[in-house]
Design a protein around this ligand. Structure first.
Ligand code: PEP
Ligand code: MG
Length: 320
């Protein structure tokens, strides 16, 4: 797609919205291709591509060989490229969210990763970062982000913790982050992903401890409904449904809890751009931002603008 074409699309499809539209990004090099799109920031920067394609070696394998600097510098370069390209808009960098079966695929992974029967609900996310078996790997991730913020001066790089399950692990991981110079406060925003129903049930307690909650609609749907997101048969039967009333209820609770404590609430995942009714639900409930894949940024922006307009008209003149 030519630059001219992109500009035309942006002009035509980029009205102003109150709800921020963020973009998901996994491959740092792609920021050049997408940077003209009408997004307000990167709401989910996945780091797994950096691990698989830019480093290729398991972090703990690197630690064992005293080669952690490789991960720090490549991860910092990748994040900095994105943060630089869209400065001063934020880049919400998600710490690695591989499952054990995926981590095993990296060089040296089979030596350091256990085999789990249910990796999807196994040693992933924060439980990994605070464990003696991965803490040093997590510290490398922290150092990479610190480098971006301090050496590159890109303080628009924020952090996001995936697969949070409970409050005590959140305290522990924040303490590790602080010891690596990533103390919450000032320009460093710390978001968590709401993917596990325990976060919904204690939403207010979590909201007090963080700057933002980002709803991971894929995992939240899976775990709220008890439906394996990768199960072909359950998907064909319509069980995996982000618009199931139970999921919508969970989302509502999260938005309200975040707002009660003056925190931001976002959603990452494709659902808002797949289903206009879902986007409308989110806007009506007051979600602050939606983060979607590059190919749906412009469309989602337009969709949200039309929903917001309708809402304003309704407020002014009542439902037509
Ligand atoms: C999610 O769970 O909705 C999410 C965005 O994370 P991932 O799809 O990477 O698990
Ligand atoms: Mg997830």
């Amino acid at each position: 797609i030519s630059e001219q074409k992109v500009k035309e699309i942006v002009e035509q499809w980029a009205p102003i919205t109150g709800t921020k539209i963020y973009m998901n990004l996994g491959e740092p090099g792609l920021i050049d291709k997408y940077k003209e799109l009408p997004f307000d920031g990167i709401g989910l920067m996945r780091t797994e591509f950096i691990f698989t394609d830019m480093v290729g070696i398991h972090p703990m394998y690197l630690v064992k060989q005293n080669k952690g600097d490789i991960l720090i510098s490549r991860m910092a370069e990748g994040i900095a490229a994105v943060a630089q390209a869209i400065y001063p808009r934020p880049v919400v960098v998600r710490f690695s969210d591989f499952r054990t079966n995926e981590f095993r695929g990296l060089e040296g992974g089979d030596e350091v990763e256990p085999i789990e029967n249910n990796p999807m609900i196994g040693w992933r996310g924060v439980s990994r970062y605070i464990s003696p078996e991965y803490e040093e790997g997590f510290r490398l991730e922290c150092r990479a982000i610190r480098k971006v913020r301090e050496e590159y001066g890109l303080t628009n790089a924020w952090v996001m913790l995936p697969f949070v399950r409970n409050l005590w692990e959140l305290d522990k991981v924040k303490a590790i982050m602080a010891s690596e110079g990533l103390e919450q406060g000032g320009s460093l925003k710390v978001w968590i992903m709401a993917e596990v129903p325990s976060v919904v049930m204690l939403a207010e307690e979590f909201a007090k401890k963080v700057d933002g909650i980002s709803i991971g609609s894929n995992d939240l749907t899976q775990l709220t409904l008890g439906v394996d997101r990768d199960s072909g048969i359950l998907n064909r039967m319509g069980y995996f449904d982000e618009q199931d009333p139970a999921v919508l209820k969970a989302i509502e609770i999260l938005i309200d809890a975040a707002h009660k404590y003056g925190k931001t609430c976002s959603i990452c995942g494709q659902a808002p751009s797949l289903y206009p009714g879902f986007a409308e639900f989110l806007v009506r409930k007051g979600i602050d931002s939606m983060s979607v894949n590059p190919d749906t940024v412009a469309y989602t922006k337009r969709l949200v603008a039309s929903v917001e307009q309708r809402l304003l008209l309704e407020r002014a003149f009542g439902k037509q």
